[in-house]
Design a protein around this ligand. Structure first.
Ligand SMILES: [Zn+2]
Length: 441
Protein backbone atom coordinates (compact mmCIF):
# COMPACT_ATOMS: atom_id res chain seq x y z
CA UNK A 1 0.00 0.00 0.00
CA UNK A 2 1.22 3.46 -0.89
CA UNK A 3 1.58 5.74 2.09
CA UNK A 4 0.66 9.37 2.11
CA UNK A 5 3.71 11.60 2.38
CA UNK A 6 3.83 12.31 6.08
CA UNK A 7 4.24 15.71 7.59
CA UNK A 8 7.51 16.14 9.41
CA UNK A 9 6.98 16.05 13.15
CA UNK A 10 5.98 19.46 14.25
CA UNK A 11 4.80 20.89 17.53
CA UNK A 12 2.34 23.19 15.73
CA UNK A 13 -1.36 22.72 16.45
CA UNK A 14 -3.76 20.99 14.05
CA UNK A 15 -4.89 23.13 11.12
CA UNK A 16 -8.48 24.14 11.67
CA UNK A 17 -8.77 27.19 9.50
CA UNK A 18 -7.34 28.63 6.33
CA UNK A 19 -5.47 31.44 8.07
CA UNK A 20 -3.45 28.95 10.06
CA UNK A 21 -2.93 26.77 6.99
CA UNK A 22 -1.10 29.64 5.26
CA UNK A 23 1.36 29.88 8.14
CA UNK A 24 1.92 26.15 7.99
CA UNK A 25 3.13 25.90 4.38
CA UNK A 26 6.72 26.52 5.49
CA UNK A 27 6.61 23.24 7.42
CA UNK A 28 5.08 21.13 4.68
CA UNK A 29 6.87 18.58 2.59
CA UNK A 30 5.53 19.76 -0.76
CA UNK A 31 5.55 17.24 -3.60
CA UNK A 32 5.25 17.55 -7.36
CA UNK A 33 1.97 16.34 -8.87
CA UNK A 34 2.55 13.13 -10.80
CA UNK A 35 0.41 10.24 -12.00
CA UNK A 36 1.06 8.66 -8.62
CA UNK A 37 -0.70 11.58 -6.90
CA UNK A 38 -4.15 10.23 -7.72
CA UNK A 39 -3.38 6.87 -6.15
CA UNK A 40 -2.19 8.55 -2.99
CA UNK A 41 -5.24 10.82 -2.79
CA UNK A 42 -7.64 8.00 -3.56
CA UNK A 43 -5.99 5.90 -0.85
CA UNK A 44 -7.36 2.53 -1.96
CA UNK A 45 -4.68 -0.12 -1.42
CA UNK A 46 -3.71 -2.05 -4.54
CA UNK A 47 -5.52 0.28 -6.94
CA UNK A 48 -3.76 2.37 -9.59
CA UNK A 49 -5.70 5.17 -11.26
CA UNK A 50 -5.17 5.25 -15.02
CA UNK A 51 -7.95 7.45 -16.42
CA UNK A 52 -10.70 9.70 -15.22
CA UNK A 53 -13.88 11.29 -16.54
CA UNK A 54 -16.13 14.04 -15.27
CA UNK A 55 -19.80 13.58 -15.93
CA UNK A 56 -22.39 16.31 -15.52
CA UNK A 57 -25.58 15.17 -13.76
CA UNK A 58 -27.86 18.17 -13.48
CA UNK A 59 -26.19 20.64 -11.12
CA UNK A 60 -23.63 18.12 -9.96
CA UNK A 61 -20.41 16.82 -11.41
CA UNK A 62 -19.64 13.16 -10.89
CA UNK A 63 -16.08 11.89 -10.92
CA UNK A 64 -15.27 8.51 -12.46
CA UNK A 65 -11.85 7.08 -11.73
CA UNK A 66 -10.72 4.11 -13.83
CA UNK A 67 -8.20 1.85 -12.15
CA UNK A 68 -6.25 -1.28 -12.63
CA UNK A 69 -4.69 -3.57 -10.05
CA UNK A 70 -1.21 -2.93 -8.76
CA UNK A 71 -0.59 -6.64 -8.28
CA UNK A 72 -1.08 -9.34 -10.86
CA UNK A 73 -1.61 -12.06 -8.32
CA UNK A 74 -4.20 -12.89 -5.68
CA UNK A 75 -4.39 -15.28 -2.74
CA UNK A 76 -6.79 -18.22 -2.81
CA UNK A 77 -9.16 -17.89 0.17
CA UNK A 78 -9.36 -21.67 0.51
CA UNK A 79 -5.72 -22.74 0.58
CA UNK A 80 -3.78 -19.47 0.86
CA UNK A 81 -1.71 -20.16 -2.28
CA UNK A 82 -0.84 -17.32 -4.62
CA UNK A 83 -2.30 -17.49 -8.09
CA UNK A 84 -1.57 -15.43 -11.19
CA UNK A 85 -3.95 -17.26 -13.53
CA UNK A 86 -6.78 -14.86 -14.26
CA UNK A 87 -9.79 -16.96 -15.15
CA UNK A 88 -12.09 -14.11 -16.12
CA UNK A 89 -12.76 -10.48 -15.27
CA UNK A 90 -15.70 -8.15 -15.40
CA UNK A 91 -16.02 -4.41 -15.00
CA UNK A 92 -17.15 -3.25 -11.56
CA UNK A 93 -18.04 0.29 -10.40
CA UNK A 94 -18.01 1.18 -6.70
CA UNK A 95 -19.27 4.37 -5.10
CA UNK A 96 -16.55 5.83 -2.91
CA UNK A 97 -16.17 8.86 -0.64
CA UNK A 98 -16.57 12.18 -2.45
CA UNK A 99 -13.42 13.71 -3.84
CA UNK A 100 -13.40 17.50 -3.90
CA UNK A 101 -17.13 17.52 -3.29
CA UNK A 102 -17.93 15.28 -6.25
CA UNK A 103 -19.69 11.95 -6.00
CA UNK A 104 -16.93 9.52 -6.94
CA UNK A 105 -17.07 6.12 -8.61
CA UNK A 106 -14.12 3.77 -8.83
CA UNK A 107 -14.12 1.52 -11.91
CA UNK A 108 -11.91 -1.55 -12.07
CA UNK A 109 -11.87 -5.09 -13.40
CA UNK A 110 -13.11 -7.57 -10.85
CA UNK A 111 -10.92 -10.64 -11.33
CA UNK A 112 -11.55 -14.33 -10.91
CA UNK A 113 -8.45 -16.50 -10.62
CA UNK A 114 -7.87 -20.21 -11.00
CA UNK A 115 -6.18 -21.88 -8.06
CA UNK A 116 -3.77 -24.54 -9.26
CA UNK A 117 -3.74 -26.17 -5.88
CA UNK A 118 -7.53 -26.42 -5.30
CA UNK A 119 -8.33 -26.68 -9.00
CA UNK A 120 -11.17 -24.25 -8.41
CA UNK A 121 -11.70 -20.61 -9.39
CA UNK A 122 -12.04 -17.82 -6.79
CA UNK A 123 -12.90 -14.12 -6.88
CA UNK A 124 -10.16 -12.01 -5.37
CA UNK A 125 -11.15 -10.14 -2.24
CA UNK A 126 -10.30 -6.48 -1.79
CA UNK A 127 -9.63 -4.82 1.54
CA UNK A 128 -11.63 -1.68 0.76
CA UNK A 129 -14.88 -3.12 -0.55
CA UNK A 130 -16.78 -6.19 0.55
CA UNK A 131 -17.90 -8.75 -1.98
CA UNK A 132 -21.16 -8.00 -3.78
CA UNK A 133 -21.28 -4.42 -2.41
CA UNK A 134 -21.80 -1.42 -4.65
CA UNK A 135 -20.25 1.00 -2.14
CA UNK A 136 -16.78 0.99 -0.63
CA UNK A 137 -16.43 0.26 3.07
CA UNK A 138 -15.27 3.82 3.74
CA UNK A 139 -18.31 5.23 1.98
CA UNK A 140 -20.71 2.86 3.75
CA UNK A 141 -19.34 3.94 7.12
CA UNK A 142 -19.76 7.57 6.09
CA UNK A 143 -23.45 6.91 5.30
CA UNK A 144 -23.89 4.91 8.53
CA UNK A 145 -22.42 7.74 10.63
CA UNK A 146 -24.71 10.29 9.01
CA UNK A 147 -27.75 8.16 9.85
CA UNK A 148 -26.91 8.56 13.53
CA UNK A 149 -27.96 12.19 13.52
CA UNK A 150 -30.11 12.70 10.45
CA UNK A 151 -33.15 10.83 9.22
CA UNK A 152 -32.53 8.36 6.46
CA UNK A 153 -34.60 10.15 3.85
CA UNK A 154 -32.42 13.27 4.27
CA UNK A 155 -29.23 11.21 4.04
CA UNK A 156 -30.52 9.59 0.83
CA UNK A 157 -31.32 13.02 -0.61
CA UNK A 158 -27.95 14.46 0.36
CA UNK A 159 -25.95 11.54 -1.04
CA UNK A 160 -28.09 10.97 -4.12
CA UNK A 161 -28.83 7.41 -3.02
CA UNK A 162 -32.03 5.41 -3.03
CA UNK A 163 -33.62 5.43 0.46
CA UNK A 164 -33.56 1.63 0.49
CA UNK A 165 -29.80 1.68 -0.10
CA UNK A 166 -29.31 3.99 2.87
CA UNK A 167 -31.53 1.81 5.02
CA UNK A 168 -29.67 -1.33 3.96
CA UNK A 169 -26.29 0.22 4.77
CA UNK A 170 -27.46 1.46 8.14
CA UNK A 171 -28.97 -1.85 9.18
CA UNK A 172 -25.96 -3.90 8.13
CA UNK A 173 -23.44 -1.77 9.99
CA UNK A 174 -25.68 -1.28 13.02
CA UNK A 175 -26.02 -5.04 13.42
CA UNK A 176 -22.25 -5.39 13.25
CA UNK A 177 -21.75 -2.64 15.78
CA UNK A 178 -24.15 -4.41 18.12
CA UNK A 179 -22.41 -7.76 17.60
CA UNK A 180 -19.00 -6.23 18.21
CA UNK A 181 -20.09 -4.44 21.35
CA UNK A 182 -17.69 -4.89 24.23
CA UNK A 183 -19.13 -6.80 27.12
CA UNK A 184 -19.40 -4.79 30.33
CA UNK A 185 -21.05 -5.55 33.65
CA UNK A 186 -23.99 -3.34 34.59
CA UNK A 187 -24.34 -2.17 38.19
CA UNK A 188 -27.32 0.17 37.92
CA UNK A 189 -30.04 -1.00 35.58
CA UNK A 190 -32.74 1.36 34.32
CA UNK A 191 -36.08 -0.11 33.22
CA UNK A 192 -38.14 2.30 31.20
CA UNK A 193 -41.09 2.20 28.85
CA UNK A 194 -41.17 4.34 25.76
CA UNK A 195 -44.26 4.96 23.69
CA UNK A 196 -43.40 4.41 20.04
CA UNK A 197 -46.29 6.15 18.41
CA UNK A 198 -48.61 8.72 19.86
CA UNK A 199 -52.14 7.46 20.18
CA UNK A 200 -51.11 3.90 19.39
CA UNK A 201 -50.76 1.60 22.34
CA UNK A 202 -47.34 0.56 21.16
CA UNK A 203 -44.49 0.56 23.64
CA UNK A 204 -40.94 -0.62 23.82
CA UNK A 205 -39.11 -1.61 26.97
CA UNK A 206 -35.75 0.13 27.20
CA UNK A 207 -33.05 -1.22 29.50
CA UNK A 208 -30.14 1.03 30.26
CA UNK A 209 -26.90 1.28 32.14
CA UNK A 210 -27.39 4.26 34.44
CA UNK A 211 -23.72 4.53 35.34
CA UNK A 212 -22.51 4.66 31.76
CA UNK A 213 -25.59 6.61 30.64
CA UNK A 214 -26.34 4.31 27.75
CA UNK A 215 -29.02 1.99 26.46
CA UNK A 216 -28.17 -1.70 26.57
CA UNK A 217 -31.29 -3.32 25.13
CA UNK A 218 -34.60 -2.40 23.52
CA UNK A 219 -37.36 -5.00 23.79
CA UNK A 220 -40.43 -5.03 21.54
CA UNK A 221 -42.99 -5.15 24.33
CA UNK A 222 -43.39 -3.84 27.84
CA UNK A 223 -44.35 -6.94 29.66
CA UNK A 224 -43.27 -8.95 32.62
CA UNK A 225 -42.51 -11.83 30.27
CA UNK A 226 -40.24 -9.78 28.03
CA UNK A 227 -38.28 -8.43 31.00
CA UNK A 228 -38.00 -11.88 32.55
CA UNK A 229 -36.80 -13.42 29.30
CA UNK A 230 -34.15 -10.72 28.96
CA UNK A 231 -32.87 -11.34 32.49
CA UNK A 232 -32.85 -15.08 31.85
CA UNK A 233 -30.56 -14.45 28.87
CA UNK A 234 -27.88 -12.89 31.10
CA UNK A 235 -25.10 -14.92 32.65
CA UNK A 236 -25.05 -15.50 36.40
CA UNK A 237 -22.15 -13.02 36.73
CA UNK A 238 -24.10 -10.39 34.79
CA UNK A 239 -27.16 -10.82 36.99
CA UNK A 240 -25.10 -10.73 40.18
CA UNK A 241 -23.39 -7.50 39.16
CA UNK A 242 -26.70 -5.60 39.03
CA UNK A 243 -27.01 -4.05 42.46
CA UNK A 244 -29.72 -1.50 41.72
CA UNK A 245 -32.75 -1.39 39.43
CA UNK A 246 -34.50 1.93 38.78
CA UNK A 247 -38.00 1.71 37.34
CA UNK A 248 -41.35 3.35 37.05
CA UNK A 249 -44.06 2.26 39.46
CA UNK A 250 -45.34 -0.82 37.68
CA UNK A 251 -45.89 -3.84 39.91
CA UNK A 252 -44.95 -6.66 37.52
CA UNK A 253 -41.41 -5.29 36.99
CA UNK A 254 -40.92 -5.11 40.71
CA UNK A 255 -42.12 -8.70 41.01
CA UNK A 256 -39.58 -9.82 38.43
CA UNK A 257 -36.70 -8.07 40.20
CA UNK A 258 -37.75 -9.46 43.58
CA UNK A 259 -37.80 -13.00 42.28
CA UNK A 260 -34.94 -12.99 39.76
CA UNK A 261 -32.60 -10.35 41.17
CA UNK A 262 -33.39 -10.66 44.85
CA UNK A 263 -30.05 -9.10 45.86
CA UNK A 264 -30.73 -5.87 43.93
CA UNK A 265 -32.19 -2.73 45.46
CA UNK A 266 -35.28 -1.37 43.70
CA UNK A 267 -35.58 2.37 43.18
CA UNK A 268 -38.77 4.10 42.06
CA UNK A 269 -36.94 6.92 40.38
CA UNK A 270 -37.99 10.45 40.74
CA UNK A 271 -38.51 11.07 37.03
CA UNK A 272 -41.23 8.44 36.83
CA UNK A 273 -42.77 9.32 40.19
CA UNK A 274 -43.14 13.03 39.39
CA UNK A 275 -44.45 12.12 35.96
CA UNK A 276 -47.34 10.30 37.64
CA UNK A 277 -47.98 13.28 39.86
CA UNK A 278 -48.03 15.54 36.82
CA UNK A 279 -50.49 13.16 35.17
CA UNK A 280 -52.75 13.48 38.23
CA UNK A 281 -52.50 17.27 38.02
CA UNK A 282 -53.32 17.05 34.31
CA UNK A 283 -56.47 15.08 35.03
CA UNK A 284 -57.66 17.68 37.52
CA UNK A 285 -56.98 20.44 34.97
CA UNK A 286 -58.89 18.58 32.25
CA UNK A 287 -61.87 17.99 34.54
CA UNK A 288 -62.04 21.70 35.38
CA UNK A 289 -61.58 22.64 31.76
CA UNK A 290 -64.42 20.40 30.63
CA UNK A 291 -66.86 21.86 33.17
CA UNK A 292 -67.95 24.90 31.08
CA UNK A 293 -66.81 26.97 28.05
CA UNK A 294 -65.47 29.86 30.18
CA UNK A 295 -63.23 27.52 32.15
CA UNK A 296 -62.11 25.95 28.91
CA UNK A 297 -60.92 29.33 27.62
CA UNK A 298 -59.29 30.32 30.90
CA UNK A 299 -57.23 27.14 31.10
CA UNK A 300 -56.29 27.01 27.44
CA UNK A 301 -52.55 26.70 26.90
CA UNK A 302 -51.82 26.04 30.58
CA UNK A 303 -50.91 22.37 30.20
CA UNK A 304 -47.12 22.67 29.91
CA UNK A 305 -46.97 25.70 32.19
CA UNK A 306 -48.26 23.46 34.99
CA UNK A 307 -45.62 20.82 34.31
CA UNK A 308 -42.56 22.98 33.77
CA UNK A 309 -40.35 24.30 36.53
CA UNK A 310 -41.83 27.48 37.90
CA UNK A 311 -38.50 29.28 38.07
CA UNK A 312 -38.05 28.78 34.33
CA UNK A 313 -41.39 30.28 33.29
CA UNK A 314 -41.41 33.53 31.31
CA UNK A 315 -43.20 36.45 32.93
CA UNK A 316 -46.29 36.13 30.72
CA UNK A 317 -46.46 32.41 31.52
CA UNK A 318 -46.18 33.13 35.22
CA UNK A 319 -49.03 35.67 34.90
CA UNK A 320 -51.16 33.13 33.11
CA UNK A 321 -50.43 30.55 35.79
CA UNK A 322 -51.26 33.01 38.55
CA UNK A 323 -54.60 33.88 36.93
CA UNK A 324 -55.52 30.21 36.56
CA UNK A 325 -54.59 29.40 40.15
CA UNK A 326 -56.64 32.39 41.40
CA UNK A 327 -59.67 31.29 39.40
CA UNK A 328 -59.56 27.60 40.34
CA UNK A 329 -58.85 26.86 44.02
CA UNK A 330 -58.68 23.10 43.39
CA UNK A 331 -56.05 23.63 40.75
CA UNK A 332 -54.13 25.88 43.14
CA UNK A 333 -54.16 23.22 45.85
CA UNK A 334 -53.02 20.51 43.46
CA UNK A 335 -50.38 22.71 41.85
CA UNK A 336 -48.86 23.87 45.12
CA UNK A 337 -48.72 20.29 46.35
CA UNK A 338 -46.99 19.25 43.15
CA UNK A 339 -44.43 22.05 43.55
CA UNK A 340 -43.77 21.01 47.16
CA UNK A 341 -43.26 17.43 46.08
CA UNK A 342 -40.78 18.48 43.40
CA UNK A 343 -38.93 20.59 45.97
CA UNK A 344 -38.61 17.60 48.31
CA UNK A 345 -37.29 15.41 45.51
CA UNK A 346 -34.93 18.17 44.36
CA UNK A 347 -33.45 19.38 47.58
CA UNK A 348 -33.42 16.58 50.10
CA UNK A 349 -30.64 14.06 49.97
CA UNK A 350 -31.11 12.28 53.25
CA UNK A 351 -33.47 9.33 53.40
CA UNK A 352 -34.76 9.86 56.96
CA UNK A 353 -35.40 13.53 56.35
CA UNK A 354 -37.11 12.77 53.04
CA UNK A 355 -39.37 10.31 54.81
CA UNK A 356 -40.49 12.92 57.34
CA UNK A 357 -41.27 15.45 54.62
CA UNK A 358 -43.05 12.90 52.46
CA UNK A 359 -45.25 11.70 55.33
CA UNK A 360 -46.41 15.24 55.93
CA UNK A 361 -46.92 15.69 52.20
CA UNK A 362 -49.05 12.55 51.87
CA UNK A 363 -51.17 13.65 54.82
CA UNK A 364 -51.87 16.98 53.17
CA UNK A 365 -52.51 15.50 49.74
CA UNK A 366 -55.04 13.11 51.22
CA UNK A 367 -56.68 15.93 53.17
CA UNK A 368 -57.12 17.89 49.92
CA UNK A 369 -59.88 15.47 48.98
CA UNK A 370 -58.86 15.61 45.32
CA UNK A 371 -59.46 12.11 44.01
CA UNK A 372 -56.53 12.08 41.60
CA UNK A 373 -54.09 13.18 44.29
CA UNK A 374 -55.43 10.65 46.75
CA UNK A 375 -54.92 7.95 44.14
CA UNK A 376 -51.37 9.12 43.63
CA UNK A 377 -50.66 8.92 47.37
CA UNK A 378 -51.93 5.35 47.36
CA UNK A 379 -49.54 4.40 44.57
CA UNK A 380 -46.75 6.21 46.37
CA UNK A 381 -47.43 4.34 49.59
CA UNK A 382 -47.36 1.15 47.62
CA UNK A 383 -43.86 2.11 46.48
CA UNK A 384 -42.79 3.83 49.69
CA UNK A 385 -39.53 1.99 50.33
CA UNK A 386 -38.57 2.06 46.67
CA UNK A 387 -39.10 5.80 46.42
CA UNK A 388 -37.17 6.38 49.64
CA UNK A 389 -34.35 4.34 48.12
CA UNK A 390 -34.10 7.10 45.58
CA UNK A 391 -32.82 9.39 48.35
CA UNK A 392 -30.22 6.81 49.41
CA UNK A 393 -28.36 6.61 46.22
CA UNK A 394 -26.60 9.75 45.24
CA UNK A 395 -27.75 9.19 41.66
CA UNK A 396 -29.71 11.97 40.10
CA UNK A 397 -32.76 11.28 38.06
CA UNK A 398 -31.17 13.41 35.37
CA UNK A 399 -29.75 10.21 33.91
CA UNK A 400 -33.09 8.44 33.54
CA UNK A 401 -34.77 11.59 32.29
CA UNK A 402 -31.90 12.47 29.94
CA UNK A 403 -31.92 9.07 28.27
CA UNK A 404 -35.69 9.08 28.07
CA UNK A 405 -35.67 12.47 26.32
CA UNK A 406 -32.84 11.49 24.00
CA UNK A 407 -34.70 8.37 22.90
CA UNK A 408 -37.83 10.44 22.31
CA UNK A 409 -35.71 12.57 20.00
CA UNK A 410 -34.82 9.46 18.01
CA UNK A 411 -38.47 8.44 17.87
CA UNK A 412 -39.53 11.88 16.65
CA UNK A 413 -37.35 11.70 13.58
CA UNK A 414 -37.87 7.97 13.23
CA UNK A 415 -39.70 8.59 10.02
CA UNK A 416 -40.37 5.30 8.33
CA UNK A 417 -39.18 3.04 11.13
CA UNK A 418 -42.34 1.03 11.00
CA UNK A 419 -40.30 -2.07 11.55
CA UNK A 420 -39.43 -2.43 15.22
CA UNK A 421 -35.97 -3.82 14.43
CA UNK A 422 -35.01 -0.53 12.70
CA UNK A 423 -36.14 1.47 15.67
CA UNK A 424 -34.29 -0.83 18.04
CA UNK A 425 -31.04 -0.53 16.10
CA UNK A 426 -31.39 3.25 15.82
CA UNK A 427 -31.79 3.59 19.57
CA UNK A 428 -28.80 1.32 20.19
CA UNK A 429 -26.57 3.07 17.67
CA UNK A 430 -27.48 6.54 18.92
CA UNK A 431 -27.70 5.89 22.64
CA UNK A 432 -25.99 2.54 23.16
CA UNK A 433 -22.41 3.77 23.37
CA UNK A 434 -21.40 1.40 20.55
CA UNK A 435 -18.00 1.69 18.88
CA UNK A 436 -17.59 2.19 15.16
CA UNK A 437 -18.12 -1.25 13.62
CA UNK A 438 -15.12 -3.03 12.17
CA UNK A 439 -15.38 -4.21 8.56
CA UNK A 440 -15.36 -7.92 7.83
CA UNK A 441 -12.33 -8.83 5.72
ZN1 LIG B 1 -6.65 -22.76 -3.42
Amino acid sequence: MKMLPLLPDSPVKVVRDAARAVKRTANLMIQRVTAETFNILLGLPGMVVTEYALERQGEQEVLHLFCHHEHEVAICPRCGQVSDAVHEQEERAIRHLDIWGKATYVHFPSRRFDCEHCKKPFTESLSWVESKRRESTGYELHVYNQCKHTDQAAVAEQEGLHPETVKGIFLRWAKRAEKQRQYTLVHCLGVDEISLRKGHQQFALVLSDLERHCVIAVLPERSQKAFEAWLAGLSEAERQSIRLVAMDMWGPYRGVVRSKLSHAEIVADRFHVTKQLNDALGKIRRRLQASDPTSYERLKGIRWILVRRRAELKSEEEAKLQAALDAFPELRTAYLLKERFVAIADKIQDRAQAERFLRAWVYEAQASGLVQLVKFTQTLQHWWEEFLNYFNEGFTSGVVEGLNNAIRGTIRRAYGYHVFEHFRLHVLVEHGNLSTPIPLI
